[in-house]
Design a protein around this ligand. Structure first.
Ligand SMILES: [Zn+2]
Length: 116
């Protein structure tokens, strides 16, 4: 039994840095969404209500984004930094923050492991 668990752990060890990075990127994406809504004049309460419904949308064309449209980094690269629906340019700060927070999570994870 113990051997099986060790084997699974060894096979999936590569997924830990990936999960750390993706968690950070998702958090960075959330931060950018929150900040852009705040800058657009929404109150904190309005932002949290919209977030509860899971409704992400383009500020320009008001198209509601699907779950697939909200994958951090991947969609920015896939649509070359533009809205999939109307083509409006998305600021480069989006990908910078997603990559940055993802990297911080990754480095923090490795630092935590080095303490063991
Ligand atoms: Zn749009």
């Amino acid at each position: 039994m113990e051997k099986v668990i060790t084997s699974i752990t060894e096979e999936l060890i590569w997924a830990i840095p990936l999960l750390l990075f993706l968690s950070g990127a998702a958090l960075g994406s959330y931060y950018i969404t929150y900040l852009s809504r705040y800058k657009a004049g929404m109150t904190r309460k309005e932002i949290l209500n919209v977030n509860k419904k899971g409704a992400c949308f383009c500020f320009t064309c008001k198209a509601r984004l699907t779950f697939k449209d909200m994958v951090p980094i991947y969609n920015y690269i896939r649509y070359l930094g533009k809205c999939k629906y109307c083509g409006v340019k998305i600021g480069s700060s989006t990908i910078v923050i997603e990559l940055g927070v993802g990297t911080v999570f990754l480095v923090f994870g490795f630092w935590m492991v080095s303490l063991l």
